[in-house]
Design a protein around this ligand. Structure first.
Ligand code: BGC
Length: 415
């Protein structure tokens, strides 16, 4: 056994997103969609983990476990509940969250947009409207002016490529079909927009959406820096380790370009890229393939394949030339021993990269808590900490102690 030491100042954390943990994010587009007739959501988010009220004890618990960082998102729908109306009280709430992080020695990594948007943005053309980048930048600027002195690092947008990815994997019908779904029609009516103009973040795949999202990112970086903020700023991407079977090389290359590279190539001037990886994606010459018969699957249905993280880090650095923060990596499983094994093998990949001199600044596990897994509701459990849905009681899992002790030592034992 040898001991591998991570670089000094390496950030060890866990991640959450406002909508998935705070509870009652009622002014967001997703909350409305959760409650629309025929909703694609298995259940509504409700109180979630009540993190909006319990953040102080939650943050204390993360620090006690050994982490030195916490990635969370601030909620645009709360901060700017109507266009141009900013809530001082909500900004103060997030300021207190940041303060709590510092009191406990956690470097806060703040995400400005993690899938949810204010309802009013949907009424104004959402993520396909050319004015959205400016609106997003205005919110980022306002929030940074209020919070910037306490932020450790910032991600503008979480998983800019999520919708492209979901559609390529066949989990979402093409736009023409989607726009005829009962829930889509009901949602457009409720938001006050035409069905063909409804553009929630997780559902937009057009070239216009790509341009809107990437220019929103660019404008946000400029706006954040324009406040004089000194912390590093980047975007996060759901990167895919695409592995072709024999004959699938050309398709794999095309998909990697569409899902990974068109985004990675647009990050010039950023301080880092946030790598998020969960599994690999295998393909033949035409399509993505399900896991082999007998392959171990996670609760999400995809393959247990922690080695994907190493491939994604290498690819992200090769294409973007930027330093990496691993902003998400994790597994939905009811068997915590498999979570420990997943983390062990994923970290092995991080160590391999560091040994090759690659610039990786931190590892963030998704997620701190079992939380609201979007359309799948509360069934998939990604957390290092379990949450009782009725009492909100937190229970630390062995995997939390495992990763927390690596974090505390800033080192890992290797066979
Ligand atoms: C997202 C999270 C999500 C996680 C697990 C990522 O795509 O950023 O919000 O819960 O994956 O599926």
């Amino acid at each position: 056994m040898t001991n591998f030491e991570f670089p000094k100042n390496f950030l060890w954390g866990t991640a959450t997103a406002a909508h998935q943990v705070e509870g009652n994010n009622v002014n967001s587009d997703v909350w409305l969609i959760e409650h629309i007739p025929g909703t694609p959501y298995k259940e509504p988010s409700g109180d979630a983990c009540d993190h909006y009220h319990r953040y102080r004890s939650d943050i204390a618990l993360l620090a006690e476990l050994g982490f030195n960082s916490y990635r969370f998102s601030i909620e645009w729908a709360r901060i700017e509940p109507e266009e141009g109306e900013f809530s001082f009280a909500v900004l103060e709430h997030y300021r207190d969250m940041l303060r709590a992080c510092h009191e406990h020695g956690l470097t806060p990594i703040v995400t400005f947009h993690h899938f949810t948007s204010p309802r009013w943005l949907m009424a104004r053309g959402g993520w396909e409207n050319a004015d959205t980048p400016d609106r997003f930048a205005r919110y980022c600027e306002r929030a940074t002016k209020h919070l910037g002195d306490l932020i450790g690092a910032a991600c503008t947008i979480n998983e800019a490529n999520i919708a492209a990815l979901i559609m390529r994997f066949g989990f979402m019908p093409p736009p023409e079909q989607l726009q005829q779904a009962t829930w889509w029609l009901a949602a457009s009516k409720a938001f006050g927009t035409a069905p063909e103009e409804l553009s929630p973040f997780q559902y937009v795949v057009s070239p216009k959406a790509f341009e809107t999202i990437m220019s929103a990112h660019r404008r946000a970086v400029e706006a954040i820096r324009g406040t004089g903020a000194k912390f590093p700023v980047g975007i996060t991407l759901a990167l895919q380790d695409i592995q072709p079977v024999v004959g699938g090389e050309a398709f794999a290359e095309r998909m990697s370009k569409e899902i990974n590279d068109v985004y990675l190539e647009r990050l010039e001037g950023d301080d880092f890229v946030g790598v998020q990886s969960y599994s690999r994606a295998r393909c033949d010459d035409r399509k993505f393939l399900p896991p082999d018969e007998g392959a171990e699957r996670t609760q999400m249905g995809y393959e247990f394949y922690p080695e994907a993280l190493e491939a994604c880090i290498r690819h992200a650095i090769a294409v973007s030339g930027l330093p990496v923060y691993v902003t998400e990596n994790g597994i939905g499983t009811a068997d915590d021993t498999r979570r420990i094994e997943y983390i062990r093998r994923a970290l092995n990949g991080v160590v391999n990269c560091l040994k090759n001199g690659l610039d990786i600044r931190g590892y963030t596990y998704w997620s701190a808590f079992d939380n609201f897994e979007w359309a799948l509701g509360y069934r998939p459990t990604f957390g290092l900490i379990a949450v009782d849905r009725t009492t909100q009681q937190r229970t630390v899992k062995p995997s939390a102690r495992y990763l927390g002790s690596i974090a505390r030592a800033n080192a890992i034992e290797q066979a």
